[in-house]
Design a protein around this ligand. Sequence first.
Ligand code: BG6
Length: 516
Amino acid sequence: MTTPPVWSNPLRDPRDRRLPRIAGPSGMVLFGVTGDLSRKKIMPAIYDLANRGLLPPGFSLTGFARRDWADQDFAQIVHDSVKAHARTEFREEVWQQLAEGFRFVPGNFDDDQAFERLRRTIEELDEVRGTGGNHAFYLAIPPGFFADVVGQLQEHGLTEGRGDSWRRVVVEKPFGHDLESARQLNAVLDEVFPSGSIFRIDHYLGKETVQNILALRFANAMFEPIWNANYVDHVQITMAEDVGIGGRAGYYDGIGAARDVIQNHLLQLMALVAMEEPTSFDAESLRIEKQKVLSSVVLPRRLDLTTARGQYAAGWAGGEEVIGFLEEEGIKRTSSTETYAAVTLNVDTRRWAGVPFYLRTGKRLGRRVTEVAVVFKRAPHLPFAASSTEELTQNALVIRVQPDEGVTMRFGSKVPGTQMEIRDVNMDFAYGGAFTESSPEAYERLILDVLLGDPPLFPRHEEVELSWKILDPILEHWAKQDEQRKSKPEQYESGGWGPSSSDAMLARDGRVWRRP
Ligand code: BG6
């Protein structure tokens, strides 16, 4: 007799996870309303949630910024952002109802009076919109300001709800620039908010295809038995972007690809691919398993041979001629910030001993694509003539995170009409073909989870710190190379697939990067 899996046991989890969840009475205060993130992601996601009927009728959005705006000016900003970036269609009646809950509080982060105004605004919203004292403070601002804002919120009595009401804080990466600064940031937040009220956004965890890694692995019988060092040769995790740094020179220079993407998105992907089955899908059980993976990561000894970094040079992208990273406005001509990074990591557990995880990310590459490729060992014996299998490579399971969401299985098949020639073929599952509804944006899911107080998709400070522990020695190694002028980021052509040192890194192990 088989026992039902633990998450389908109503005693363990009484909620029916198929039903849509609707947030209860609540509001959100947004710091950093003029930034790209707010305009391109947060505001449109709030509208999309309202459009899907998942926000409470009295939901309120309060903007806080150093602008001389009235409520209507703020509403106009949100309107423009929704029109330009929302996923779902614009419906006037939804917009009108949502816009009634918009407020704007002008002020600086060191302006006591502004935070007093914010307090009064929130009280007024509780009265007229029925937000019930439940408010999330979304810090879409550089982390250097977290301490000021959080301190002000505390000083003005905004961090603790009365009775059953809640206060939560939402923070965006970068969670520091190394282990030490991450610890300091965490301390700033921990001092004011209990850990259950801190929501750190890693928007990759909000993507449907990333959540599907858990479904694929743990809802099926056929993958898990081969998901280990006996069958897996290596794992490649790729996040390639075709765009350059855009207008983000101020943020990007000195940060670079490894801190921007590997420290968070790619290590989280790796943790989901490598972790053991959690006892349930609650936040604590997931964190325990992810944390075990992150704390089992061991770096190879020779970082010069097992990492690679580069900077995009001028070239062609999307049919247009583009400039190189060092020519971008706001970037120092001598900058050694990498726009491409590749690392080799080992997960020192029985399941993964000897299976390298190769992680790479880069800007201005040939195509925008994020995928996880689990590449299997060759069959132990091939009862065919060598010439029959010349075109056969290794089996692979590719989780296509974006943009063409789905899963591909690559395996060998006989070529029709030949006596016996075997060649790679692909078997595809595409979200678009299997489901009629389109996937919500990551920010829709994550903002809803904040309002519901549902924490599984938010990394905890332990995971953030462990990720820095993995990355710090690599960053130090690169910094030392720069200091001693031993090496610097290799220039790679825009529109290509990154620096040759990255290909050489895999070639040393007898492997090649996939060309998605
Ligand atoms: C962000 C990085 O976290 O992710 C950006 O800071 C990057 O540099 C972005 O462009 C990519 O996100 P997505 O969802 O488009 O893959």
